[in-house]
Design a protein around this ligand. Structure first.
Ligand code: 3HC
Length: 312
């Protein structure tokens, strides 16, 4: 190890933050850009499955809440692209990589939203899983990412509660509403468990990311934490989880659960999920349609710069 590497690791080990101008190993920078960009892309692509229901929300109140939530996801994407830029990444390049399939986004957003109850299941399960995964990232060793996560997590906890509230209302509504809520939970449960990534034995990045303080807990530990948090909530909702093997384990003081079909996760990550093509095509179209906004904003900024230079 060089002395620079030793100093860097000592900072990480003493739980201090690495800031953009600090020296860092090139592989650390690359790992962070990869993870932060994937995270940003997930937030932006994640607007689609829910945006799809804004015009069909069952009341004005529900519509206003859903719009605010989808807007929050756009904001999360922007904080994260800004955090990636502090590492020298170019936002336009990152978007190109999303559009041509060279960078990933979360598997979870490749599933369709078939009914209004899916808005509840996404809020409760997907945002619930996101919170479990992202709260430890508030202590990530890279300062700008950790700080962005603080606000993101506060907003995610509102999202999780709104999802719980939608499901609670449906679950205690008419039998048809209850069935719709149960059907949504049945479809979103396993994909939500897959969000945490491959099992630890099959997670190539975990060991190094943990040594660098980027990840604080392994994929399986966070998945278990999510199950432990969610099972009692499903009981409170009056809904069941689609896994007959869920059972309290006295010895481990945790819930056991059934085996996850990770081949499905790998297929979705490879691009073969039910909605991968539609999500990326929609994203590319939205980017092209928004070109004039980016051009107008750049022209306006240039005009302001010239005006302030002339005044000076
Ligand atoms: N979907 C897509 N790709 C996934 C994945 C998933 N659910 N889980 C793992 N992968 C990918 C990894 O990115 C990695 O890709 P690579 O080929 O570029 O190396 C590969 O599979 C191997 O997995 P690892 O476990 O080795 O990878 P990581 O150490 O990066 O761990 C992670 C994966 C836990 C997702 C981690 O990157 C992480 O914590 N990321 C930050 C959080 C994040 O991106 N969340 C996405 C959801 S955001 C969200 O839900 C928005 C909210 O509003 C709902």
């Amino acid at each position: 190890m060089t002395s620079q590497e030793q100093d860097f690791q000592a900072l990480v080990d003493s739980d201090q933050r690495i800031e953009p101008r600090d020296w860092m190993p090139e592989a650390y920078r690359k790992t962070l850009i990869r993870q932060i960009a994937q995270h940003a892309h997930s937030e932006i692509i994640g607007m689609q499955p829910e945006g799809n229901w804004i015009s069909r929300a069952p009341s004005l109140r529900r519509k206003a809440i859903l719009m605010a939530k989808v807007q929050d996801e756009a904001g999360h994407g922007l904080y994260l692209y800004a955090a990636a830029e502090t590492l020298g990444a170019d936002r336009a390049d990152l978007l190109d990589m999303l559009h041509n399939g060279r960078q990933k986004y979360s598997s979870i957003f490749n599933y369709p939203t078939l009914t209004w109850a899916d808005m509840g299941a996404i809020g409760w399960l997907v945002d619930g899983a996101a919170i479990v995964n992202q709260v430890p990232l508030c202590r990530c060793s890279y300062g700008p990412y950790a700080r962005a996560m603080v606000r993101v997590c506060k907003e995610e906890s509102f999202h999780q509660r709104q999802g719980f509230e939608i499901l609670n209302t449906l679950s205690h509504g008419t039998p048809a509403q209850h069935d719709m809520a149960q059907d949504a939970v049945n479809r979103w449960w396993w994909p939500s468990l897959m969000m945490f990534g491959p099992p630890d034995t099959d997670s190539p990045n975990s060991a190094q990311s943990m040594a660098w303080g980027v990840k604080r807990f392994s994929n399986d530990d966070l998945r278990q934490r999510f199950v432990d948090m969610t099972v009692p909530q499903s009981e409170a909702l009056g809904l069941t989880l689609p896994d007959p093997e869920v059972a309290w384990n006295e010895k481990r003081e945790s819930y056991d659960f059934g085996e996850i079909d990770f081949t499905e996760l790998f297929e979705v990550i490879k691009g073969n999920g039910p909605c991968n093509k539609a999500r990326v095509e929609h994203r590319r179209r939205a980017h092209n349609d928004g070109a004039w906004v980016r051009e107008a904003a750049s022209a306006y900024a240039a005009k302001r710069r010239t005006a302030s230079e002339t005044a000076a």
